[in-house]
Design a binder for this molecule. Structure first.
Ligand SMILES: Cc1ncc(C[n+]2csc(CCOP(=O)(O)OP(=O)(O)O)c2C)c(N)n1
Length: 370
């Protein structure tokens, strides 16, 4: 198994001959726009948290190529079982910004009505499974869904994500083992972004790489430059095609870097190596892809302006709308969860109603430790 990661884009933006997937111009521009929108979303999300308007945010800056390149290899009918660091997929799948931003506020426009942490999205209409907080659980969920699809005889492919830290979870073993044994049509994408909160990836495993773990589960393991959107797309397209043909799962390790802190509750400056950070900054996936588009005459100042300013304006509008939306009705706390309320729950609901009627609650923004 080759441990040399596939790279297609050179630092100057030229593509390696014979490796370029040769996507049509409009598709390349679409991918670039999505990467830019994802970055803009990230910047706004963190700013809102710092302003105390939302309780938590978790950035994906630097990982846009890794998750967008991967998900771009799927068909719309395929399913995603994401972790919490792949927000670009929502944009790729056409989820309206207002719905995304409403999730941050946990308001009545939020699918989960504020019962999940911010950025733990859930969009059935986009085949985007609910993000779980416990690390790794999405890997077994995807394996199970893949096994079910194979039994049904449909050709849906399932893509799931975890970080380098996620490879140490019980579910990593269970998910990959079941998928391997049952040849489930699953693409496991491990985004090796250098850290699991403050634990560097070198302390996560004694294995030579994350991809090498695939061998033990009887599936191919592939390493790819995670800041190279074309390389990630190419590797994942091959994995998706294999899965669809009934040839089973693949583990893809994308080598990337978490450019932000773990979350709005963390401060990476306390443990990050500034030199390594600077080296990764030079490999910014958006800049590299922009250079490629320039070579292909697919990039202009006007296009750039339209991507960045357009994204910022659309996000500002979505934030405005989301902030004006009412919070979920307090009764939903009970009604959505239990069909027949017990006498105790009825009593608690009455108590809550009375407390709120007396001005209880108040709309304070919650805070989250991780
Ligand atoms: C089972 C479990 N253990 C611990 C945590 C606390 N926790 C939240 S995020 C995180 C780090 C995960 O790192 P990694 O999988 O590398 O993903 P990244 O955040 O780098 O994308 C941990 C330990 C958790 N949510 N679930």
């Amino acid at each position: 198994m080759s441990s040399e990661p596939l790279s297609i884009l050179a630092p100057d933006g030229k593509a390696q001959k014979g490796k370029d997937p040769n996507l049509p111009g409009p598709e390349l521009q679409k991918l670039y726009r999505l990467m830019v929108q994802t970055r803009a979303l990230d910047e706004r999300g963190l700013a809102l948290q710092r302003q105390g308007r939302i309780g938590f945010y978790l950035q994906s800056t630097g990982q846009e190529a890794s998750h967008l390149g991967a998900a771009y290899a799927l068909q719309d009918s395929d399913w995603l079982f994401p972790a919490y660091r792949q927000p670009g997929i929502l944009l790729l799948r056409g989820v309206p910004l207002d719905r995304i931003v409403s999730e941050w506020f946990g308001n009545s426009g939020d699918t989960s009505k504020g019962r999940q942490m911010p950025v733990h999205y859930s969009f059935r209409e986009a085949n985007f499974f609910s993000v779980s907080s416990p690390i790794g659980t999405q890997l077994t969920q995807a394996a199970g869904a893949g096994m079910a699809a194979r039994m049904r005889g449909d050709d849906t492919v399932f893509m799931t994500f975890c970080g380098d830290g996620g490879t140490s979870s019980n579910d990593f073993h269970t998910g990959l083992n079941f998928a391997g044994v049952y040849k489930a049509p699953v693409v496991f994408v491990c985004e090796n972004n250098g850290y699991a909160i403050s634990v560097p990836s070198g302390r996560q495993t004694a294995s030579e790489t994350m991809a090498v773990k695939a061998e033990a589960y009887g599936m191919p393991g592939v390493r790819v430059d995670g800041n190279d959107v074309l390389a990630v797309y190419r590797v994942c397209k091959e994995a998706v095609d294999r899965a669809r043909k009934g040839e089973g799962p693949t583990l893809v390790e994308t080598l990337t870097h978490r450019m932000a802190s773990h979350s709005s509750s963390d401060d990476a400056a306390r443990y990050r190596d500034p030199q390594a950070y600077e080296a990764w900054r030079q490999k910014d996936p958006i800049v590299r892809f922009q250079l490629y588009l320039k070579h292909k005459n697919l990039w202009t100042e006007a296009f750039e302006q339209q991507c960045f300013e357009g994204a910022k304006a659309a996000i500002a509008q979505a934030v405005h709308e989301a902030e004006g939306r009412p919070m979920p009705e307090p009764d939903t706390l009970f009604d959505d969860v239990t069909m027949n309320l017990s006498p105790q729950l009825l009593e608690q609901r009455q108590e809550l109603r009375e407390w709120l009627a007396q001005g209880g609650g108040g709309g304070a923004v919650g805070h989250f430790p991780l």
